[in-house]
Structure formats: C-alpha cells, structure tokens
Design a protein around this ligand. Sequence first.
Ligand code: ASP
Length: 361
Amino acid sequence: MHYSKVKPILLLLKTAIISFLLVSAAPGFAEKQNNKVAIAIHGGAGTILKSNMTPELEAAYHKKMKQALSAGYKLLKQGESSIKAIQATIMIMEDSELFNAGKGAVFTHHKTNELDASIMEGRHLNAGAIAGVTKVKNPITLAHAVMVKSNHVMLSGEKAETFAKKQSIEMVSPDYFYTERRWQQLLNVLKDDSDSTQLSEDEQQSVSQASPFMSVQRWPDDKKFGTVGAVALDVNGDLAAGTSTGGMTNKKFGRIGDSPIIGAGTYADNQSCAISATGHGEFFIRAAVAHDICARVLYKKIPLQQAADEVIMEKLVNMKAEGGIVGMSPKGEPVFSFNSAGMYRGYIDAEGNIHTAIYNQ
Ligand code: ASP
C-alpha cells in the first residue's frame, strides 16, 4: 500500500489510542467500572399463603420474577441507566398474566381494564405517570414517554392515549387485557356488591360454575394486590423506581390508586432512596408512603430498612392498611417491607445471584 494511504490510517489509530488513554485516565472512569449496580422487584403483596399455593404456580412466579430481574440486571451491567433497566424489567411482568399489570390487569366495576403506571429517576427528580389508559400494551413505556417527551408529569385517559400514539407507543385493543382469571374475580365481587350493575344471566351462570375452582384451587392468592414494581441503581450511581398496575378489582368511576402518584406509589431521590409500593392504594396515597420513607431516611438519617418498617409496619398498620414496598438505598442495598402474609419479590445480589421469595418467613 502506498505510504500516502497508510498515513491517514496510522493517524486515525493514534488518535483512537490517545482518546482511549485519556478517557480511561479521566477521573471517574475506573470508579464507574467498579461501581455497584443493583435491582429489586415486587409483584404485589397480600394474602398469599403457601398452604393454598400449588407447586406449579409457585414455580411459575419464581421463574417470571427471575426473568424480569435478569433483563434489568443485564442492561445495568452493560452500563445502561437505571430508568432503562426498570422499564425492561417491568415490561416483562406487564406481559405476564401472573401479575395485575398490563396483560393480567384486574377488571373495573364497569368491566374494563384501566391501567396506571409511573416512573421516576433520582438524579434530577424527573418523573412521568399515566392513569386510566385502556389501550397501551406496556403502560410503563408511556409513563417514561411522559417523563422524557412531554412538559407534564401525569397524563390520563383517552388524551394520554393520543399522546401515546404520537410517541409510537405500542397500542392494543382493550380486549388484549381480558383474562379469564380476572374476569371471574370481578364477577365474584360483583355478585356481593350492593351497587352492582345487574349481572346478565350468562355472567351469573359463569360465576356459579367457576368460582370454587378459580379462587381456591387454581389461583389461591387472589386476595392480593398484584401491582408490579422495580427499583434500581446504575453504574453512575443513579437510582430509579417504577410501578405499573391494573389497580383494584371492581374499582369505580375512574378511580386512580397510588401506583401512578409520585410520592405515594413511586419515588426516587439519589439523596435517600428509590421506592415502589403495592397495597391498598387509598391508604398509600393518604400516607404518601414512597415519599415518606425517603424523607425519613433524609431527615432522620436512619437506615432505609428502618424507615420502610416505620411506615409499613407502624404507620400503615395503625391505619389498618395492607401492603408493602421494595426499596433501594443509594449504595445499592435492596430493602423489602410488607405487613401482609406475602409479597412476590426478588433482587440480584453483588455477586449476581438471583433471589426470589413469596411468603413472609
Ligand atoms: N396499589 C394498587 C392500587 O391501589 C393496587 C396494588 O398494589 O395491587 O391501585
């Protein structure tokens, strides 16, 4: 090859080597490589008893939680942001019928599925949330779009879906969210609801046939709040939290719970903690659960576990409210606190081992 052709190549190579050396020597580079990343999730809390659970169903929950955790962890290890990891993790749980979020969401009193979600990052306290959408396949992706592509924090209903379409968010027909399990759950509740709309003959028939099987044998954990949530710490030391839900079975008149409310169901602040909650939303809103936990860490200078237990095991218990949280400290320590019989939950430890659990043991 002629020297005149080789020269520019050599020059390019030299520049590349020098830039690499400069970047590696720059303060923070080596630190970042060694920085800890961490992720933890919940898949809902409530009356989840081992005595009622089949081994198959239990295994299915563990498997899905491991898959969700691994997806987020892989991104974190590649140096991606905690916000990205949260989305990837939550999308897997939204796509699973096991949880009350996305596919698998509960039915409202009006026989629709209305979805809520929120996401927040702890460096700038940016946040996005959506409520009452019926056609968005993965509500967490829309919450994220609200955070990064709009001037707002929370959008709701049909107009939020107009925004979703503009952002090319994946849309589905409302029927996509139908699952037999959730439908039977609603019919069961409706028959005892005094201001219930009349059940059709078909629906009454369906309740009497299906309820014993569905509630006792196949789905022993239906008295639970099956919202999903994730918290994560990325290589830059940024915390993030996200939550996604169908809300509560038989919710009425456009009811919105805590999950899309920043400070109630979700909160993240690099100074204190990241929190995602699950439980009886009305109480979680009134107790400002997620923010209260982070505020206690910041103001009282107490460990995250203690702050979480003060809110979940004392404040909420005094209010007679059921539920729990998953939390993450700025050092990447996962924390769980719940006052119910169980909470689907899991995390990946510093060595990369995956831990999942269901019951309160
Ligand atoms: N917190 C949710 C709500 O009240 C329910 C849940 O956690 O499953 O909408």
